[in-house]
Design a protein around this ligand. Structure first.
Ligand SMILES: Cc1ncc(C[n+]2csc(CCOP(=O)(O)OP(=O)(O)O)c2C)c(N)n1
Length: 362
């Protein structure tokens, strides 16, 4: 597959069209009915939660949140393939993968409410914290991959980054290092067309991201990231490749961020309705659902029944997170260093003074 889709050929892996019809039977991954329904339900749950979180934020009940809306097939495919022992080294827009790793929504809520505990993910094995400093996580992924080889372990590292993140030096260093050491790392670039308001054409003069793999001597493939089957096939083949001692793979998942960059952003300032509507046709849930309905594996009726159940469960976990209790002021300052240096102590004192002033004022 990597030969056939060598990025130099400018081909994008696609398996179903926008109506959910199979257009590439040869590469259609073999998933049984149960797996397919599970994949769709997981994606539907993630989307339902994602849309609800934006509402919670608008109600002032949670801080800034980066929506996953429109990108669910990417994490959705990884979620079905990633094993317990594999590593997940995330960016910040991969909810489906977090949940598959064993993180709970409640923990995710706690993270976005600002609690330090929101990075613990107690039941998730081999899961690094969410990484907001873009691309910095890729270096950790390569380091973990190096260790896996060094100790002859049977593990794979799945790491994510956005198209904007590929302009960081860290991206180059991580891919270069992983390539040299044949580290079993699958680098997944969610090319959602924007780095905040910067359109992809302003991000790189290169013809896509996948082609950059050639410079590192590793496999690369451009995939329709809104096509669940194409993503599944790409991740499945990449996992085989990486665990066979053949080194890393760079997957460019071409997708579209249907929501805002974060809840602090207004995308109407930099993109058109026409563009959004064009991408709506490629919506990953719509396409997988059409496939499932055509194959009598799903129905609108089932969806109408299950979404309210999901909403109830999401709300339950959100309310638990809301009642997590107050966090100590010093939590904000104390986790960077083992011993708090004087300048951070000063900042903490300043902040305490500010809070006292605020209290006296009211
Ligand atoms: C090192 C670093 N520089 C700048 C930022 C501010 N910032 C946050 S998200 C973002 C854009 C990220 O775009 P992209 O990598 O395409 O990911 P997306 O948000 O589209 O998922 C920037 C510049 C940051 N978080 N970290």
């Amino acid at each position: 597959m990597f030969k056939e889709y060598n990025p130099i050929k400018k081909k994008r892996l696609q398996i179903i069209d926008n109506d959910g019809k199979v257009i590439n039977q040869k590469l259609m991954p073999k998933l049984d009915d149960k797996q397919l329904i599970k994949a769709y339900k997981d994606m539907l749950f993630a989307r339902t939660a994602d849309l609800m979180i934006v509402n919670y934020q608008r109600q002032g009940r949670i801080y800034t949140y980066p929506p996953n809306y429109g990108q669910e097939a990417i994490s959705g495919a990884v979620a079905q393939i990633m094993r317990d022992d594999d590593w997940l080294v995330p960016a910040f827009r991969e909810m489906g993968a977090y949940l598959a790793k064993g993180a709970s929504l409640k923990e995710l809520f706690i993270y976005f409410m600002g609690y330090e505990d929101g990075s613990l993910f107690k039941n998730a094995k081999n899961f690094l914290p969410i990484s907001v400093p873009i691309s910095s996580q890729l270096l950790h992924a390569s380091g973990i991959g190096y260790e896996i080889n060094y100790n002859n372990k049977d593990q794979i590292v799945y790491t994510f980054v956005g198209d904007g993140g590929t302009s960081e030096g860290d991206f180059h260093e991580a891919l270069n290092f992983a390539g040299v050491w044949k580290a079993p790392v699958i680098f997944i670039v969610q090319n959602n067309q924007y780095g905040i308001s910067t359109p992809f054409k302003m991000q790189t003069a290169s013809d896509g991201i996948a082609i950059k793999a050639l410079a590192y001597g590793i496999e690369g493939i451009q995939v329709d990231g809104n096509d669940f089957f194409a993503m599944y096939k790409a991740v499945e083949e990449s996992a085989k490749h990486a665990s066979g001692g053949n080194g890393p793979v760079l997957i460019e998942a071409v997708t579209y961020r249907k929501g805002a960059h974060t809840t602090s952003d207004d995308p109407t300032k930099y993109r058109t309705k026409e563009e959004e509507e064009k991408w709506d046709e490629t919506d990953p849930l719509k396409r997988l659902k059409a496939y499932l309905i055509a194959n009598k594996l799903w129905s609108e009726k089932e969806e109408e029944k299950i979404v309210p159940q999901y909403k109830k469960e999401i709300d339950r976990q959100f309310i638990e997170a809301e009642n997590y209790g107050e966090y100590a002021l010093e939590d904000v300052f104390k986790f960077m260093y083992t011993e708090m240096p004087q300048d951070i102590k000063n900042q903490m004192m300043e902040h305490e003074k500010f809070l006292k002033w605020k209290e006296a004022r009211s």
